[in-house]
Design a protein around this ligand. Structure first.
Ligand SMILES: Cc1cc2nc3c(=O)[nH]c(=O)nc-3n(C[C@H](O)[C@H](O)[C@H](O)COP(=O)(O)OP(=O)(O)OC[C@H]3O[C@@H](n4cnc5c(N)ncnc54)[C@H](O)[C@@H]3O)c2cc1C
Length: 503
């Protein structure tokens, strides 16, 4: 017998956004009883963006929530593990040495009275080590080439929080297979028209046929085919704060003697920054830049020079993008997510994270479709706040630079003028340690006070503490060193772990 309450949900787009959202919602909304009939429509003619290969750590909880087997996921997507991001060259060199700091995912919990960061700020001149070299267990692991796990580790668990370096195209294919196995309908067709009645989408036209639904999710990437048909002038630009608007990406196989590195590298270049991301089988490079200063050809040339002459590339793609987000990601009976919803430049790998956030909120908000207006307003408020918060965190990386070698870097400090909260906080953090409560009123979806500290102190924005505290007490650092040593003992070289997974 047909279930008359069954709601029909159509997702248009089969990139990471489409399939992550589809598989997650199918798991959450149809887990005990089929409430939604879910269809994914994907164009066979329009490709996926094919980047988005470095993730934050929380995405593994999302994958777990989707019911995915981590070993299978890693094997099928040629994934490797990520402990954080190494930032190179974001300030001027000092004494002929390139500036460098590491931003891991973890927050070390010591349970001591005086916080570790304040202690470190009082001690820092004594040995010249960076903040992350003192307090991060992940940093201890990467020094030895260890990943976050050993062959006894449970799925999605490690000695420290971790993300992935993952093949974006294979992830889409893998999720499509899992989705179809779980009962999601898959249609290969291109949406050519969107039929809107009274501010809601009634149906979409494709080259095959017309598809109607109660609710639509727009995952058509930068095109925003559905959301664009519902509302014009629905874009909040972040261009003033985040001026980069182009990227060139290249891929190269790992040589037999190359071992995947367990972190992303983000190297500041003349007019932007370059990523290096190691999967289990290949190395990806990209240059994110501001087209006001650099042509496509110059960017490709600069990236090739940065990588060095010895690598062979199998793929080179140029991309344009705009940073910002929809003023309303939910309009009428449609939510836009992934690149259709907005884009923060990829410096902290937040693309898949935003898809994860939106899917999580859909899982809760779509249950209240009977009161759509309140649910819609709530969803839009939250998503907008997440985008604004992430924008400020990315600006933090740029605005503290002392580089002045190109107009791009000369303009970087002024980007903070477009982030009111951050500008104020940076003044406060000149005189005190960054602490939990500083972010308590914000809409931080993932980056906590500890993440801010790694970037602040990595970029040498230290507080001018002049308290007469007992700076001889090193016990807090001894505890930190023990935690680092324990993490090292609980993990193994990433090469060994990845090899054990392949069996
Ligand atoms: C330079 C760059 C680097 C990035 N790096 C990272 C990173 O390191 N980490 C991270 O998390 N994120 C990153 N991102 C973001 C990440 O790539 C995206 O968030 C993610 O891939 C999701 O893309 P998507 O599915 O929204 O869009 P796409 O991959 O573009 O997919 C769009 C889908 O819509 C379909 N489609 C389009 N039009 C139609 C139509 N008319 N009818 C039917 N189907 C249609 C297409 O066929 C395709 O399947 C990066 C983005 C860029 C631009």
């Amino acid at each position: 017998m047909e279930n008359s309450n069954l709601k029909k949900l159509i997702i248009v787009g089969g990139g990471s956004a489409g399939w992550m959202t589809a598989v997650y919602l199918n798991r959450v909304l149809n887990h005990s009883k089929k409430n939604f009939d879910i269809t994914v429509i994907e164009s066979p003619d329009i490709g996926v963006i094919g980047v988005g290969e470095s993730t934050v750590h929380s995405v593994r909880h999302f994958f777990a929530g989707m019911g995915l087997d981590e070993f299978e996921l890693v094997r099928e997507t040629n994934a490797s593990f990520k402990l954080g991001i190494m930032f190179d060259n974001w300030r001027k060199p000092e004494n002929g040495k390139m500036h460098r700091y590491f931003h891991p995912f973890e927050q070390m919990q010591l349970g001591v009275e005086q916080d570790l960061a304040t202690q470190w700020n009082l001690q820092k001149s004594s040995d010249g080590k960076r903040y992350d070299e003192w307090v991060s267990a992940s940093q201890a692991l990467l020094e030895k080439g260890h990943g976050p796990k050993n062959d006894q580790s449970h799925q999605y668990q490690g000695a420290v929080p971790y993300g992935y370096h993952i093949d974006a195209v294979l992830l889409g294919r893998y999720l499509r297979r899992k989705g179809v196995e779980a009962g999601i309908t898959y249609v290969e067709a291109t949406v050519s028209d969107v039929n809107v009645v009274d501010g809601n989408i009634e149906s979409v036209e494709t080259n095959e046929e017309r598809y109607s639904a109660d609710f639509f999710i727009d995952c058509t990437g930068f095109r925003g085919v559905l959301i664009g048909a519902l509302k014009k002038d629905n874009w909040v630009s972040f261009k003033d704060a985040l001026p980069c608007d182009r990227a060139v990406a290249m891929q190269s196989p790992l040589e037999p003697d190359e071992i995947p590195v367990p972190f992303t590298t983000a190297t500041a270049m003349d007019h932007g920054w370059a990523w290096k991301i190691d999967l289990n089988n290949r190395r990806g490079f990209g240059y994110v830049y501001d087209s006001a200063y650099l042509s496509q050809e110059e960017a490709e040339q600069a990236l090739r020079a940065h990588v060095g002459p010895d690598r062979n590339f199998t793929k080179c793609v140029h991309m344009r993008f705009r940073t910002g987000c929809r003023e309303e990601t939910w309009v009428g009976n449609c939510i836009a997510t992934g690149l259709a919803g907005g884009f923060i430049e990829p410096l902290e790998s937040t693309g898949l994270h935003l898809i994860n956030l939106a899917a999580g909120l859909m899982g809760t908000h779509l249950l209240s479709l009977d009161r759509p207006d309140a649910a819609r307003r709530s969803f839009n408020r939250l998503m907008s706040a997440f985008y604004q918060d992430l924008k400020q965190f990315i600006v933090l990386h740029y605005c503290l630079t002392d580089r002045d070698d190109t107009p791009f870097w000369q303009n970087a400090p002024a980007t903070v003028d477009h982030c009111e909260w951050l500008k104020d906080q940076l003044e406060v953090w000149k005189h005190k340690t960054c602490e939990f409560y500083d972010l308590a009123g914000s809409s931080s979806s993932i980056f906590s006070d500890e993440n801010y500290r790694y970037v602040l102190y990595g970029m040498q924005h230290y507080p001018d503490l002049d308290l007469n505290l007992d700076t001889e007490d090193l016990s807090v650092f001894e505890t930190a060193q023990k935690i680092r040593a324990t993490a090292l003992a609980r993990t193994e070289p990433m090469e060994d772990y990845l090899r054990s997974l392949a069996i």
